[in-house]
Structure formats: C-alpha cells, structure tokens
Write a protein of this length. Structure first.
Ligand code: FE2
Length: 258
C-alpha cells in the first residue's frame, strides 16, 4: 500500500499543503511543462495558463473551481482518492470533475498508481476550459448514469482512451490531450515517440479494446476535434455496447498474465 491519506478541507474549503508538497508540485509542474511543449495540444497548454497553474504552490480546488465556473460552467470537487462509480458518473453529468487532493511524495515522483492532485489538476483540469470537451464530459456522465452499472463499466473504455489517454491530429502533427499523457513523463514520451500504435477514433473499436492501467499504453485512439467526441455519443450507445459485446474484445496488445 502506498500509505497516502486523503486531505480534508478546512472551514473555508482550503486544503493544507506543506512546503515539501509545494516543492514537489513545483518540480513536477516545471518538468512536465518543459517536456509537453510540442507534445500536447494547444487547447491543453492554453488551459494550463488560463487556470493560472504555476510552479510555486499546489493549487487550491476552490480557486480552480471558480475559474472553471466562469470559463465553461465546469467545476471540480475534492474527493477521497477512489469514489464509487455511480458517484463519479453523477459528478461528470453535472460538469463536475472529482479531484483527489493528496499529492504524491518525492519517492513516487515518476509513477503513482492512484491518481493524486497532480494527475487530477495538472492532467485533467486544463481541458475543462474547453467548451466542447466539457460538453463531452457531461454527455459521457449522463450516458453512464442512464445506462447503469452493467453497461457503464464497458463505457468506461471510452473515458480511458479519450479523457485519460486520448491523442489528437493537429496541423502541427499528433498531440496528446489525455490526462494520463499530460501528467506522466514516460507516457508523454511514449505517446509522441512515433512508435506507439495509433488508431482512428471509433466508438465501437474503443469499446472492444482492453487496456491495462499499469503500463504505458500500447495503442492510442486519435481524434480530430473534441466535437467529434460529443458526436460519438449521438447514436444508440446501448446498442453499440451490445454490438461490442457480441463481437467480443479485440486481441490484447499486452501480456494478459503479467
Ligand atoms: Fe485521470
């Protein structure tokens, strides 16, 4: 076990971070920002600036929430690291992104299994400044709520291959937009190495693609715009999931037993 403990907000909604935590955040921020130039989409990089994220201190949830409310009507809610899926989907359907508030320790600088505030805020929040992206988050959450748990676990593959590990075709070349790419040096390097497999985004294919959470992704799905993601949920999603189940999973591109 990692031994991380969720932080609790004070009466003003502030979370306390000590100087070591601010220093770890600062190092992570500076390292990723340097590396992500030319690797992440312009929307993502602009979003970092629009949120006022910086290398001086761990940001406060309530400040991010206020900025997002003004920009796109999105928001963030501080939660313990893991919340039940139903609560997670409910929040997304309300344009609210759940955010774990603890920060990784220095010895976990490069990899942490549970999402911490660096992954949540630095990885996820910049794109919540984009209206189409937020519309997708809301549509995804609503769809998951309507479908219920027997379907929503499968629909989560869509979240995984977009919100967490999505890639976008831009005039400058392929760029990442997923939070798991933005918040990880090794994932960002791999996704933009030219060696990873890139497939055109297609809902049915995504729903048939298994993944592992503990390795760099062997395959990424490429979109052209965030509006394309919104449109992907226009059809009968339940029928598409049924079709994905009927056709079965595509062969895994990783060792199942590892
Ligand atoms: Fe995430």
């Amino acid at each position: 076990m990692s031994g991380y403990v969720s932080k609790v907000a004070d009466a003003d909604g502030r979370f306390a971070y000590d100087p070591e935590e601010d220093a770890v955040w600062g190092e992570l921020f500076a390292r990723q920002m340097k590396f992500l130039q030319g690797r992440m989409t312009g929307q993502y990089l602009d979003g970092v600036a629009r949120l006022g994220l910086n290398d001086r201190a761990v940001p406060q949830i309530r400040d991010i929430d206020a900025r997002l409310a003004a920009l796109t009507g999105a928001g963030v809610v501080g939660v313990p690291a893991i919340i039940p899926p139903a609560q997670f989907f409910d929040l997304l359907s309300l344009r609210k992104f759940p955010v774990a508030t603890f920060l990784r320790r220095r010895e976990d600088m490069d990899y942490i299994e549970e999402p911490d505030i660096f992954h949540e805020v630095f990885g996820h929040c910049p794109l919540l400044t984009d209206p189409d992206y937020v519309d997708f988050i809301e549509r995804f959450g609503k769809q998951a709520v309507v479908l219920g748990k027997t379907y929503s676990w499968r629909l989560f593959r869509l979240f995984w291959f977009t919100v967490e590990f999505g890639m976008m075709r831009t005039p400058e070349g392929l760029r990442g937009y997923g939070a798991g790419i933005a918040s990880s040096l090794s994932e960002a390097a791999h996704a933009t190495s030219g060696k990873a497999e890139m497939l055109p985004f297609d809902l049915l294919t995504v729903l048939r693609t298994p993944y592992r959470i503990d390795i760099v992704q062997p395959v990424y799905f490429v979109i052209d715009t965030f509006a394309q993601l919104v449109r992907s949920l226009d059809g009968d999603v339940r029928a598409t999931i049924d079709e994905a189940k009927r056709l079965g999973d595509l062969p895994a591109r990783f060792d199942q037993a590892a």
